[in-house]
Each structure stands twice: as C-alpha cells, then as structure tokens.
Design a protein around this ligand. Structure first.
Ligand code: FAD
Length: 263
C-alpha cells in the first residue's frame, strides 16, 4: 500500500470537511476499499474513517418506514428484529451477502456507494423504492444507481442512511457465484402500495427494473404471469461465470421464484 494520512472524525461535518481534498477517500468496513488499496488500484492521500460516528449506525422504525444507518453492518440488518418484522425479505437478503467475515465488516453505506454490479442491496433499494439520505440531500432509489460502480453521489457527499418503506410482500432470489457469493443474477420483487416493482442485480452493468414484469404482476401476482417474459440479452454481462443469454434466462427464473415465495 502507499502512504496516506488516516483520519477518524467524530462529527459528520468534520468528516465532510476532510473530503474537501479531492484525493480523500471514505472508509466504512474496508471490505472493498482495503483490497483496492492493496492492489494499488487507488491511491488516496487521505483516508477518512466513518467508524467513530454513532449517528451513522443502527436501525430505527420511523412510522411506515425502517431507517438503516450507513455504517450498519450486514449482520446487523440480517439479525434485526425490526427488519425481520417489517421487511423480512431485506433481513434475508443481508444474510445472503458474502460470508460471515464480509457480513461482520461490510456496511450498507459502503455497499451502495461502491455499487458493484453484482451487489445485493441495490436490488432491494430499487424494488422497495427506498430513499438514500446523504449529508446534503435525499436521493430516490431510481436516481441513485447510475452505472457500473457509479452513483448519483457528488464529491464530498456522504451516505448517512437508507429509508425503506415497510413492505411485507417481497422476496429476493439470488443465483450466487459459489466462490465469491456475489449474485450472478439476483431478483428482488416487491408488492408496494405504489405498485409492483421488480429489480435485477448481477445481470447488467447496474441494477435495473423490468417494467414488462411489473405490469404483468400488477394484473396477476402469480409466477405464471411472467413465465413468457424474456429479457433481451444484448446489454447483459457475459463472463467466465455465465453468458449473457444464460443470465437473461436466470432473470425470468429468479423472478418467478421470488413471486412464488411472496405467496
Ligand atoms: C469476499 C467478498 C465477498 C462479497 N460478497 C458479496 C455479496 O455476495 N453480495 C454483496 O452485495 N456484496 C458482497 N461483498 C461486498 C461487501 O458486501 C461490502 O459491502 C462491500 O465490499 C463494501 O464494503 P464496505 O461496506 O466495507 O465499504 P468500504 O470498502 O469501506 O467502502 C467502499 C466504497 O464506498 C465508499 N463509502 C463507504 N461508505 C460510504 C458512505 N457512507 N458514503 C459515501 N461513500 C462511502 C468508500 O469510499 C469506498 O469507495 C463481498 C465482499 C467481499 C470482500
């Protein structure tokens, strides 16, 4: 690793001001960032550790929503009695991330800021129509994930929490890579008050919705309603793990399983 200055601010304002240096990087659980530094894929001169900011941690109920602090670890979401009761599919998803070491260090804020194309949380955030809170504003799920490892976050912006509307009828199905445990394809289906939402991760450069499935499921919330809906494979990922054609096939299979599990 290269040399860098390490800061551990105790206020959000201090953390934000440290980001004034264009060469500064936030560190949450370090699950992605530290290997990136070790491999010399990034060379920040300043590391700003969010670990001493208690206001970024924890899970609270807020009326018809659950608010999860950015520094909340996957294991805490998985085990939370609040999340299990209000949005059981979200607790289950957190339990499918990586392995115990990853779940004990990785955070929801780090995961969504990194926006790995195969990460699990983006599918939940988009399907559940969540809102990402930062130190500057609120960003709707549909606007947050903008591309491969890209988000709507501006320089100096820190994710502080994610607000999830409570949705009881939802399910996430993941076809995982047996080595990394990342999603080859993951599909989150949610029946929200505003309609059915279907979000796919792992298949493309970034999480995406499937409007044709959402319309069909709004008419009939059954696996058979989407059995003939095929996803075009032209823009899907193709690698040593799965071809684009296979991923397209998996989207329909996983979506049908998710709808069946909702019932
Ligand atoms: C072996 C392995 C297996 C994994 N398997 C899965 C899997 O199956 N599914 C899955 O979804 N994920 C998986 N992950 C990713 C993991 O879940 C972590 O969430 C992810 O690596 C981010 O790590 P982190 O939270 O420690 O953030 P860090 O690594 O500390 O940070 C990641 C990036 O986000 C930025 N950042 C961090 N916090 C904030 C914030 N609050 N605001 C703005 N920017 C911020 C950092 O500057 C950095 O660029 C895996 C990781 C590993 C190493």
């Amino acid at each position: 690793m290269y040399e860098f200055d390490y800061h551990r601010p105790t206020s959000l304002d201090d953390a934000a001001s440290r980001l004034g240096d264009a060469d500064a990087k936030l560190v949450a659980g370090g699950m992605t960032l530290i290997p990136t530094l070790k491999l010399r894929l990034a060379k920040p001169s300043q590391l700003v550790d969010l670990g001493a900011l208690p206001q970024l941690k924890g899970i609270t109920e807020d009326g018809d929503a659950v608010v999860i602090g950015a520094m909340t670890r996957h294991v805490e979401v998985n085990r939370s009695s609040v999340v299990k009761r209000a949005i059981p599919a979200l607790a289950a998803l957190a339990g499918m991330i990586g392995d115990p070491a990853v779940r004990n260090r990785g955070t929801i804020g780090g995961s969504i800021s990194n926006n790995d194309p195969a990460a699990d949380y983006p599918a939940a955030i988009v399907a559940l129509n969540a809102t990402v809170r930062t130190n500057k504003r609120e960003i709707a799920a549909d606007q947050f994930f903008t591309g491969l490892f890209e988000t709507a976050l501006q320089p100096g912006e820190i994710v502080t929490a994610v607000r999830f509307p409570k949705v009881a009828q939802a399910n996430y199905q993941k076809f995982r890579n047996p080595a990394s445990r990342y999603a080859i394809v993951g599909v989150f289906v949610a029946k929200t008050p505003a309609g059915v939402r279907v979000a796919v991760t792992g298949a493309g450069a970034c999480v995406f919705r499937v409007p044709a499935m959402e319309t069909a499921l709004a008419r009939s919330f059954t696996p058979d309603a989407i059995k003939d809906i095929a996803i075009p494979d032209a823009d899907l990922n193709s690698d040593i793990h799965a071809s684009a054609e296979y991923r397209a096939h998996l989207v329909t299979v996983m979506a049908r399983r998710a709808v069946a599990a909702c019932a």
